[in-house]
Design a protein around this ligand. Structure first.
Ligand code: PEP
Ligand code: MG
Length: 554
């Protein structure tokens, strides 16, 4: 049993209570372990080195494939230079010699060798050659990542006890992987409650705390930990009384959840019978049965970019079709709104693969994101549109365009969709605009004129309207949905949709907030789409409300 009880407060970012042991994930530089090896271990170290070099060459080859059709040859030249360095027999020969002669582990030998070479490059007069220092360092990093195991990616520790992960931050990709591996919860030092990692955690029902600043200092690896995602508290090394108290608390939560379950089969209506459709926000196909279980009336937002967390490359048309068709079939005739790949901004997945460079710009939230990227790479967009059209043979498919700021973006998607539909001889499917940028609100009437529906993304709309980074805990207090500017925008959006006769949904996190259900219903929203775990509480809450429609603004 570890040390004295310690506890701290944090933002209760994803509800639920978890008890388990802590696994800390360290960030920053890849550690270079230094160790002398026994003569019998030398062969194994050399084998590790060679496997890591081969894996690094395979990485470079895979990255190269995605860059072949780029106009700029610069990224290709960099990769080619790195490939040559990796293939250079001299590099592996020298590191091998150090392992054999100095009897040190592969990481330490590699580190010394790379340091030595980059020191030589640094002294060179020629600017071009001096710049190759960065390449050799990159090469060292690539090999070191593989030596660190799993391409440097942490994975969940095996054992009988549930694991609670503690780290500076988690990427959306890691949250998905850890959930699949069976993690019980996660605690992070950084991050606001609307980062994508947390949205994913909520969707998957993985309890999470964010902004737990001192957790990294106070929780030791292997400590027993309680994560209270209801009240925003973590406790390390809890005493027996606290454990017993939490066992009771956890049981009570289950009772409430069971009671709530009767609402799974009830219609989504107010006490006086006004229907407000409740749909699910999904990130992975595994969530489809959960959505069915709570009686979701369709999928209001399928974040297709999370498909990319399951592979290290862009899935081809066939793979995408299989995935989308599986979701559509799983929803058995109910509508599924697939959002086109929303890469960029806070979602780095395959940014580099799709665009061929990793230059995010000084401010990724205002840079290449969502539809802007897709229109730069129309072949990526066409592949997705074709896959979605084919999936529409299996049920009701709708397409949603992210980050729209101008009508031409919607018009271009429609044009390409029409082309793909003709090629495939499949009728086009409805196309909706995601309203999540103030510019889209101001031209909402024009957008409504060329869209089949609207879906309001309040996570970004609040961020861009209030100039508050949704992922920055320093300004989390200013991230205020009730700001009059936001409310006014919501009313403008509904009015524009009404005027053009199209339905309007909300799919940002605000849709799940029961303090807002009444207001959103009365403003005139037709549908609220939210993480699966919020559907029953919102439906229950709705059943007590009365419909008092607001008059839309003139
Ligand atoms: C939003 O911005 O509200 C939204 C639903 O999209 P995302 O959170 O994926 O940016
Ligand atoms: Mg968004």
């Amino acid at each position: 049993m570890s040390g004295a009880p310690r506890q701290g407060r944090a933002v209760a970012a994803s509800p639920g209570v978890a008890c388990g042991v802590a696994q800390k994930i360290h960030r920053g530089e890849i550690p270079v372990p230094k160790r002398h090896v026994e003569p019998r271990e030398v062969e194994r170290e050399i084998e590790r080195l060679e496997t890591a070099i081969a894996a690094s060459i395979a990485d470079v080859d895979a990255e190269r494939l995605h860059l072949l059709d780029l106009e700029s040859q610069e990224p290709l030249h960099i990769l080619d230079a790195q490939r040559l360095m990796l293939l250079d027999p001299d590099l592996s020969k020298k590191v091998r010699a150090m392992i054999e002669q100095e009897r040190i582990n592969a990481e330490w030998a590699l580190h010394q060798q790379i340091e030595g070479i980059s020191a030589v490059f640094e002294k060179l007069e020629d600017d071009y050659l001096r710049a190759r220092k960065a390449d050799i360092e990159q090469v060292g990093l690539r090999i070191m990542r593989h030596l660190a195991g799993q391409n440097g990616r942490p994975s969940l520790r095996e054992g009988d006890e549930p694991v609670i992960l503690v780290s500076e931050y988690f990427t959306p990709l890691e949250i998905m992987r850890f959930w699949r591996e069976g993690a019980a919860g996660c605690i992070t030092a950084q991050g606001g409650p609307n980062t994508h990692s947390i949205i994913i955690a909520r969707g998957l029902g993985l309890p999470a705390l964010m902004g737990a600043e001192d957790a990294l200092d106070l929780i030791e690896d292997g400590d027993p930990v309680i994560l209270d995602g209801e009240q925003g508290v973590w406790i390390a090394n809890p005493d027996e009384d606290t454990r017993a108290q939490y066992r009771r608390f956890s049981a009570a939560i289950h009772v409430v959840q069971d009671e709530m379950h009767i609402f799974a089969a009830r219609p989504s209506v107010s006490a006086d019978g006004h229907a407000l459709r409740l749909m699910a926000n999904l990130e992975v196909a595994e969530e489809v049965p959960l959505a069915r279980e709570v009686g979701a009336e369709g999928v209001g937002l399928y974040r297709t970019e999370f498909l990319l967390t399951q592979t290290d490359r862009l899935p081809d048309e066939e793979e995408q079709f299989e995935h989308y068709a599986r979701v559509v079939r799983g929803m058995e005739g109910m509508p599924v709104v697939f959002r086109l790949l929303d890469i960029g901004g806070e979602k780095p997945m395959l940014f580099e693969h799709v665009l061929g460079h990793d230059d995010w710009g000084a401010n990724p939230a205002l840079g290449l994101r969502g539809i802007r990227i897709l229109l730069r790479r129309p072949e990526v967009l066409r592949t997705q549109l074709r896959a979605l059209l084919r999936a529409s043979r299996e049920g009701q498919v709708r397409i949603l365009i992210p980050m729209v700021t101008r009508t031409s973006e919607v018009a271009e998607v429609r044009r390409l969709l029409g082309e793909c539909a003709r090629e495939l001889d499949i009728p086009p499917v409805p196309v909706g605009t995601m309203v999540e940028v103030p510019a889209a609100v101001m031209i909402a009437e024009e957008l409504a004129g060329i869209s089949d529906f609207f879906s309001v993304g309040t996570n970004d709309l609040i961020q861009y309207t209030l100039a508050v980074d949704r992922a920055d805990e320093e300004v989390a207090e200013l991230y205020e949905p009730a700001h009059p500017a936001v409310e006014r925008m919501l009313r403008l959006i509904v009015a524009a949709a009404r005027k053009q006769g199209i339905p309007v949904a909300m799919c940002g996190e605000l849709a799940a907030d029961t303090d807002w259900t009444e207001k959103l219903m009365n403003m005139g929203f037709d549908c609220l789409s939210m993480s699966v775990h919020h559907i029953l509480p919102v439906r229950k809450h709705l059943s007590h409300l009365r419909w008092r429609p607001e008059t839309p603004p003139a």
